[in-house]
Design a protein around this ligand. Structure first.
Ligand code: PHE
Length: 345
């Protein structure tokens, strides 16, 4: 009985090996595997017979069954690996990979022109020792106007067409100047030398010259003995780095409620630029920013003592500067997302 059973194992092995050799591909190999090693497979059945074998033969039968199982498993693994390799080679020969095809390029993005000019401005002012300080775009009426020396009903408020929110006393900032108050309160009496870049909003009819949102870069310097000469020197250094080392700077008297005295700064426009007459309306001079010495009331609102310190502030429109540099004649192009425009920068 035991001998017969062991013989049966041998026969099974021979039969399985022959069938394995006849398998032509992965699919037939897998079918073979199910036939012998599946849940209802022949090997499982042979192992299951163990209990019916006479006790003294059981160990020998078990050993033999195990040997057959191991041998068949190894043969199957080898055959399967070979079949996969053969299939791969066949597919590589049948559909050769054309490595000479050009790769698929990834389109490279670029920085928005407004971001580019902002970064240029940061670099210039960083070289002059200015830190960048960011403040909020939604402001209280107090910060946007009142602490900047414009109490309610002050006629100077007409200079800024404001967006009001549904919360009383909360507006979209019309300029970066409220940032002056934020910096002063945080610096708490220490000297200040910062620029405050950011988006501003005005409730204007949109045209080639005005948008409802635009960038500004504010500058603020406070300390003992800061004078108009420092303001002039800073602006001149900036203008020459931005617009060319030959630039001349002209200062005109002006008015802002939060500076006293207030000025507007012009630069001379290169004589060889064909756009010169159009840009400067024939004068040769172009306004680039507003500025002045910080008003004592503003210093006080920021917690500084106007008897001890003085300061200057300026505000410029970086998009306007970009328009000047590249003769862009429509400010609306900035936020229209037209790639034909953006790709030029
Ligand atoms: N805030 C002013 C404006 O938006 C510009 C400015 C800033 C003027 C700082 C003087 C000093 O028009």
């Amino acid at each position: 009985m035991a001998d017969t059973a062991t013989d049966e194992l041998k026969t099974l092995e021979v039969q399985a090996m022959e069938e394995l050799k006849a398998c032509a591909d992965e699919a037939t190999l897998r079918a073979w595997n199910t036939k012998y090693f599946g849940d209802k497979g022949l090997i499982k059945a042979a192992l299951g017979k163990l209990g019916t074998i006479a006790k003294d033969q059981r160990a020998a039968y078990g050993q033999e069954a195990n040997r057959v199982k191991v041998a068949l498993t190894a043969a199957y693994d080898t055959a399967l690996a070979e079949a996969k390799e053969t299939a791969l080679q066949a597919s590589l020969t049948a559909n050769p990979l054309d490595v000479s095809l050009p790769g698929r390029g990834r389109p490279r993005g670029r920085l928005h022109p407004a971001t580019q000019i902002l970064r240029q401005i940061y670099t210039i002012f960083a070289d002059l020792g200015f830190q960048v300080y960011r403040t909020r775009e939604v402001e209280t009426d107090e910060l946007n106007f009142e602490f900047l020396n414009m109490p309610a009903h002050h006629p100077a408020r007409d200079m800024w067409d404001t967006f009001f929110t549904t919360t009383p006393g909360v507006v979209l900032r019309t300029h970066t100047s409220p940032g002056q108050i934020h910096v002063m309160r945080e610096a708490a009496g220490k000297p200040i030398r910062v620029i405050l870049p950011g988006m501003c909003y005005r409730n204007e009819a949109i045209s080639t010259r005005s948008e409802i949102q635009f960038y500004q870069v504010e500058g603020l310097v406070i300390g003992e003995g800061v004078t108009m000469a420092d303001l002039k020197g800073t602006i001149t250094a900036f203008a020459r780095r931005m617009f060319g080392p030959e630039r001349q700077v002209r200062i005109r008297s002006s008015y802002f409620p939060f500076t006293e005295p207030s000025i507007e700064v012009d630069i001379d426009w290169p004589a060889d630029d064909p756009n010169r007459d159009r840009l400067t309306k024939g004068t040769g001079w172009l306004e680039i920013l507003g500025a002045g010495m910080v008003h004592p009331n503003v210093l006080r609102a920021g917690g500084y003592d106007p008897d001890k310190v003085t300061g200057f502030a300026f505000g410029m429109g970086p998009q306007r500067m970009l328009m000047l540099k590249h003769a862009i004649d429509d400010i609306r192009l900035f936020w229209q997302n037209d790639l034909r425009f953006l790709r030029q920068f």
